[in-house]
Design a protein around this ligand. Structure first.
Ligand code: PEP
Ligand code: MN
Length: 347
């Protein structure tokens, strides 16, 4: 971090800042300037906290971090990319991950039909919410454990892996018992007790969704919570952020993919369904995900979207999903060829 002193700060004030820096386990690396002194400090401590403390010390004008506040998820600590292994499948490796399924698990018939469509398209991950974070308390809240059982039954019947949301600390073990990937929803991206619990209580892979108002830095700090608490198996999911634009439910931040790929070694996937709220927009954005170097996508499908209990407008029919999966095959060949580390894999 860099601490700049006010013009005319006294030597006693500068010494005091240096003492505070050392007390917080950082080392003072250089002190420069005559009229306006600038102090550089390095260390593995909590930079944001230290800056907050130092800004309140007399004579300090400002403090800014020089390295990212997240460490374990940063590319600076790991050169290769993380491949999150989910049973016999993976996200972040040589296969583009496709996660598909209904917004909510509704009935056995519905989830079985979805699983058949997912497997039939060649995808490996079945999504479906059993615990639903709904804006309105009057909306369908999910089938809870019964939904998890139905998901497991459907996934096992078709050799798929489950991605499903966990909303509370008390449910982590229960959901991890049935799920292959634990989803942390956009609304919980800064639920720090939940992030810590998922980090420490399980090694089950996690798909962390970006909050609708989370910056990329905040998003990565949330991922850091999970990793630093003991679970390195984190997949990041960009699902749209809230902007002034009202033509779509949210705005898909396509920038986030290359930005995250520059900053972190964790895999990144896109969720165009929650980003747009509109099924006609899903196929072009799935193609965009491939073009921009995402590791996969998550989409919603339903046997009868008009009658879906949640998110019907953004759910594709099985035919639309199958068509989308067919259409992306040539793009996936380019995707494989475009990854330097996969250059030797025949397209
Ligand atoms: C979901 O995936 O069903 C969901 C609720 O997503 P988000 O948390 O991104 O709104
Ligand atoms: Mn949904």
């Amino acid at each position: 971090m860099i601490i700049s002193m006010k013009p005319g700060a006294t030597q006693a004030q500068i010494d005091r800042v240096c003492t505070r820096i050392q007390e917080m386990d950082f080392q003072v690396r250089s002190i420069q300037g005559d009229e306006r002194v600038v102090i550089a400090a390095v260390g593995l401590g909590d930079v944001m906290h230290a800056i907050g403390v130092l800004r309140s010390v007399e004579g300090v004008e400002n403090g800014v971090p020089i390295s990212a506040p997240y460490k374990l998820v940063s590319k600076q600590v790991k050169s290769g990319r993380t491949v999150v292994q989910v049973g016999g499948a993976s996200v972040g490796g040589d296969a583009f991950g496709v996660i598909a399924g209904p917004c909510s698990v509704e009935t056995e018939e519905q989830i079985m039909a979805c699983a058949a469509a997912v497997a039939g398209s060649g995808a490996q991950f079945l999504r479906g919410g059993a615990y639903k974070p709904r804006t309105s308390p009057y909306s369908f809240q999910g089938l809870e454990e019964e939904g998890l059982k139905l998901l497991r039954k459907a996934a096992d019947a078709y050799g798929l892996y489950i991605v499903t949301e966990v909303m509370t600390v008390t449910n982590v073990q229960l959901v991890a018992h049935y799920a292959d990937v634990l989803q942390i929803g956009a609304r919980n991206v800064q639920n720090f007790p939940l992030l810590k619990a998922i980090g420490s209580a399980t090694k089950c892979p996690v798909m962390l969704k970006r909050g609708q108002s989370a910056t990329i830095k905040e998003f990565l700090l949330s991922a850091e919570y999970i990793v630093t608490n003991g679970n390195p198996n984190v997949i990041l999911c960009e699902r749209g952020i809230r902007t002034f634009e009202s033509a779509t439910r949210n705005t898909l931040d396509i920038n986030a993919v290359p930005v995250l790929n520059e900053l972190t070694h964790l895999p990144v996937i896109l969720d165009p369904a929650h980003a747009t709220g509109q099924r006609s927009l899903i196929p072009p954005l799935v193609r965009a995900a491939i073009a921009v170097g995402a590791d996969g996508v998550m989409v919603e499908i339903h046997p009868d979207p008009e009658r879906a209990w949640s998110d019907g407008a953004q759910s594709m029919t099985f035919d639309q999903f199958a068509k989308t999966m067919d259409e992306i095959q040539p793009y996936l060949q380019l995707w494989r060829a475009g990854r330097p580390e996969l250059a030797c894999v025949p397209a």
